[in-house]
Design a protein around this ligand. Structure first.
Ligand code: GLA
Length: 404
């Protein structure tokens, strides 16, 4: 039984407690998804709203703000226009204790020097392009080789290192921050002026929804994603090896030792990449498997089981001690599971250090190196077309005795 967080927020008056007891009984009978021990205090219930405050300055003196989105259930998401970055996500555990569940830094400066892409919007091309080269209409384009010989996450000054234009909005079921950015022709070597919009919407259904769109004036490639590092026990609270993950994928894209796909779509069956049933991240991560050796853990693209571009459930993650659970839905054909393999004493928010496997990322995406792989779903965008992508992270809690 999975509980939407909204159902665990109750006023603590004696009268209400009586009513709650009745509802719990109904819940036991299967009628209402309620659970004892999950009551939040009345002051944790809020109105949906957005607040803005200063978050620091860039080296050239540019002031950077941070926006806090709140929903009615006390969920809070902090976003800065620098890198379109999610700085904090605060959600209750099964006992109503609210904790920040994403890795990040205390101020804007931390994000300027960051090399881990904490919480950022990634573009123009998420993940790797082999040797930083691809050809479109017989023209070869060269991109910065910022990850060994390969190009990674849009380059040195990808979308994670630019200041986006923010606009506060209200939507039918929540509050939103719309971010826009114009990536100029030849920026980081990519062709075409690309006008990009990414809108973060925090709904009262406890979903953080990201809607992307883009258009170009010259044929180009586009692959956008979001790079939050989650630890459902709380950022900086140890590793995520006990988190149970389910991924709706029968196949994944194996890589070479520079993490470029070989082109094969390999069945997960019988491999440590079989997450079709909920499995702890740590249960197979150290197996003697070439793919795990290449990635230093999980750093792989899964081929989602789906028909087309429908918004479908890609992955579910559950942390048994806190009861927090996360669902990820996307319109994309793939998702990268990355288990924070390169984290090493990174000083984060609240004086916490982040280390290896201290978080997991679920990055919705087209497959890595698609511009060089005609058999993979295409990432080409032409003038007159519109790129769109929607990804939803839904936050929930589960009871102690529930199965993953
Ligand atoms: C992606 C890549 C990883 C790594 C992380 C961020 O998941 O595939 O190799 O770059 O981003 O460090």
């Amino acid at each position: 039984m999975t509980l939407p967080i909204s159902t665990i927020l109750f006023q603590r008056s004696a009268q209400r407690r009586g009513r709650l007891a009745l509802l719990i009984l109904l819940g036991v009978a299967g009628a209402t998804p309620l659970l004892a021990g999950t009551i939040l205090s009345p002051n944790q219930r809020t109105e949906a709203r957005i607040d803005k405050r200063a978050f620091g300055k860039l080296e050239d003196g540019t002031p950077i703000d941070i926006y806090t989105l709140r929903n009615r259930n006390g969920l809070q998401v902090d976003i800065t226009p620098y890198g379109g970055t999610v700085v904090a996500i605060k959600t209750p555990d099964r006992r109503g204790r609210i904790t920040d569940i994403v890795l990040g830094y205390a101020d804007a400066k931390g994000y300027v020097s960051d090399i881990s892409y904490f919480g950022a919007l990634i573009g123009r091309y998420a993940n790797r392009i082999a040797r930083g080269r691809f050809t479109l209409n017989n023209v070869e384009y060269r991109l910065p080789q910022n990850n060994g010989v390969n190009h990674l996450h849009g380059g040195v000054r990808g979308f994670h290192k630019v200041v986006w234009q923010p606009r506060e909005m209200t939507r039918a079921h929540g509050v939103a921050l719309q971010l826009t950015y114009l990536s100029k022709d030849n920026e980081e070597g990519y062709p075409g002026n690309l006008a990009v919009t990414a809108t973060y919407i925090l709904s009262d259904a406890n979903e953080l929804r990201i809607e992307y769109s883009a258009s170009t004036d010259k044929e180009t490639v586009v692959n956008l994603t979001h790079h939050s590092y989650f630890n459902l026990a709380g950022a900086g609270m140890g590793d995520v090896l006990q988190h149970k993950v389910r991924i709706n994928a029968d196949r994944f894209t194996p890589v070479d030792d520079t993490l470029i796909p070989t082109g094969e779509l390999k069945a997960v069956k019988g491999t440590p990449f079989d997450f079709r049933r909920a499995t702890a991240i740590g249960s197979r991560i150290n197996q003697a498997d070439d793919q795990l050796v290449f990635g230093k853990g999980y750093d792989h693209n899964f081929v989602l089981n789906k028909q087309g571009q429908e918004l479908s459930l890609a992955a579910t993650v559950y942390e048994p001690a806190s009861g927090r659970a996360l669902e990820m839905w996307t319109t994309e054909p793939g998702v990268q599971l990355y288990t924070g393999n390169f984290l090493d004493k990174v000083r984060g928010k609240a004086g916490k250090d982040y280390n290896r496997n201290g978080a997991f990322c679920l990055e919705a995406q087209h497959f890595p190196d698609s511009p060089n792989r005609p058999a993979f779903p295409s990432t080409v965008l032409k003038p007159g077309e519109r790129y769109t992508q929607t990804t939803v992270y839904k936050f929930m809690v589960r009871g102690a005795k529930e199965k993953p």
